[in-house]
Design a binder for this molecule. Sequence first.
Ligand SMILES: [Mg+2]
Length: 399
Amino acid sequence: MSKHSKIKQIRASVIKGGEGGGGADYHDQGEGHWIDNHIATSMGRYPEYRQSRKSFGINVLGTLVVEIECEDGTTGFAVTTGGEPAAYMVEKHFARFLEGRDPFDYETIWDQMYFASQYYGRKGIVVNAISGVDLALWDLMGRLRGEPVYHMLGGAVRNELQFYATGARPDLAKEMGFIGGKLPLLHGPIEGDEGLKKNVELLADMRAKCGDDFWLMYDCWMALDVNYATRLAHACAPHGLKWIEEAISPDDYWGYAQLKKNVPAGMLVTTGEHEATRWGFRMLMEMDCCDLIQPDVGWCGGVTELLKISAMADARGIMVVPHGSSVYSYHFVITRHNSPFAEFLMMAPKADHVAPMFHPQLLGEPVPVNGRLNVSALDKPGFGVELNPDVKLYRPYTH
Ligand SMILES: [Mg+2]
């Protein structure tokens, strides 16, 4: 047991390569990928930015890789979004709170990173960087103890994970054994009643293909206003829309509270992938903004913060179904009753087969089989994945 080994060095790297790079910046895909094909966004009001999210820079940050090495040579790592700006923060600001310290002091490390950056941080890319460090710490702790992260979070409450699939082809997801399919909304308010009609028609088409019992959801990626979202929800209700996700701006807590009152009974309002920290989620919950929260463990503050967010949600009867994030989410979801299923992002360009979310960056990344994953797939130290040595890292800053 090398639990007293101190942290020797923390390093932050990015992936050079750009177009079609994939990795933790999962929006960074090649031409023709469903994830960048006319998806409704707030930028849709500008015609030149309507067809492609990459056109307005959705992939501008790229991947952040954080590695934390102990004096005994044990190294933990994690990947998230944030690229060079996040690498700067890790190297130039946060490194001082880790090096020379016991890696099991994760509460103090988190607290010092957050409050030292509070005057410029609190959300967004700064919390992405904090999340990357926190996840690398959990990976390191698992490797030092020889235990999977889910063990350290209290152990599995179920013997398998079950998944819904996010992507353009819920009909294919059903054939692959998933419990539901979440479509990206394609047309925003700027495309008027005609666009609204097309949105409803696509759902109706998928309902016809998938049958009555398969979950279907719409992910609106912050594109709508309360009125449009309300009209969409009611128009989709006859086609069995299970939830309406991230319908409006994450800053508009008042709008979410109104939308939750407006939607048909039984339809869930979900949001939170662009929310951060216990305080952001406290706002969502106290203002009664949604039925289910979707923190991204790589963006909300890491596992350390997700545990706090999840405890608040549990006390309120709100489900926690983390946004994407593959193994970083799975190790949490398997340990919580209020996290009854998980999201799987269909990263295949045509959403027609299961592909690892972080491909090609990670090795050993487990994927659902028949829409399920047995807990034994997580039984490796830490998060159980390794960096692919063929994906070259570049360390833009040192300290
Ligand atoms: Mg979403």
